[in-house]
Design a protein around this ligand. Structure first.
Ligand SMILES: [Zn+2]
Length: 264
């Protein structure tokens, strides 16, 4: 076997990465609890299934982020949260596998100081907008005005050729994806999925759920006729007014998602 990956050379699963760096002070239990809730909410709303992940920037150390170990989001508990440096190095994985695509999170945090939470998913509803020629995911209702006038599509072939597994496996691809996201809220990933950024964990979850809903509605509307999208002015005004209601959605969704859940 030929591989430059140290884990592969040692016969370890490629998701097992040695800890490095110095872990910051542990995040508060409430932060971990909300991150667990976000995992459960996204699973409940079909944004993630066995795959996909959600992170939050460490509240006490902006150079670190919190992300579950390599596992299905719907099963995450506080004990599964791993602290990572922005370059993707885990601080306290302690031999547990970490997500191969953790570079998505770290490089967006590095580029965008305003971003406090990142969600990556393979939500089927959004995939068509990354693969159909001429398709552009745009807001069709006020709930997804944050999409703005267009949603960029990341083409991995432009950066890594036409024989990859389409995964963001290293920092270079993470940087390229973050560049494509630029100052948008959402970036589609051709043949793969989407990544959503938010100014808070609650906002990112809200945006991920309503990005998927917008994709479903836009596809339905386009089958009926020419679509009347939000105007630039409506995008700005609705993003401000509807976005201020994020707590209302979060409180409901968290209550639903955590009912009966094992949390430790
Ligand atoms: Zn992925």
């Amino acid at each position: 076997m030929c591989s430059d990956d140290p884990a592969a050379q040692q016969g370890l699963p490629v998701s097992v990465v040695a800890d490095g760096g110095k872990a910051p002070s542990p995040a508060a239990d409430s932060v971990l609890a909300d991150l667990v809730a976000a995992n459960r909410i996204l699973y409940r709303h079909r944004v993630v299934d066995a795959f996909g992940h959600v992170s939050v920037r460490h509240p006490g150390s902006p150079g670190h982020f919190l992300l579950a170990r390599n596992m299905a989001p719907g099963l995450v508990t506080p004990a599964d949260i791993v602290t990572h440096e922005l370059d993707g190095t885990p601080c306290d994985a302690d031999g547990r596998g970490v997500y191969l695509e953790r570079f998505i999170h770290g490089e967006i945090y590095a580029r965008r100081p305003d971003v406090q939470s990142v969600i990556h998913s393979h939500a089927p509803a959004v995939v068509p907008f990354g693969i159909a020629a001429g398709a552009v995911l745009k807001p069709v209702w006020h709930m997804s005005a944050f999409l703005g006038l267009s949603t960029p599509v990341f083409e991995i072939r432009d950066h890594a050729g036409d024989a990859t597994d389409l995964l963001i496996r290293d920092r270079g691809l993470g940087v390229a994806l973050a560049d494509c996201l630029d100052d948008h809220s959402v970036v589609l990933m051709r043949g793969h999925g989407a990544t959503v950024a938010g100014a808070s964990l609650k906002e990112a979850v809200y945006r991920a759920v309503f990005t998927q809903a917008n994709a479903e509605l836009q596809l339905q509307a386009q089958q009926l006729g020419e679509v009347n999208f939000l105007t630039p002015g409506e995008c700005v005004t609705a993003t401000s007014s509807v976005g201020s209601q994020v707590d209302r959605a979060w409180n409901l969704w968290k209550d639903e998602a955590m009912a009966g859940a094992v949390t430790s």
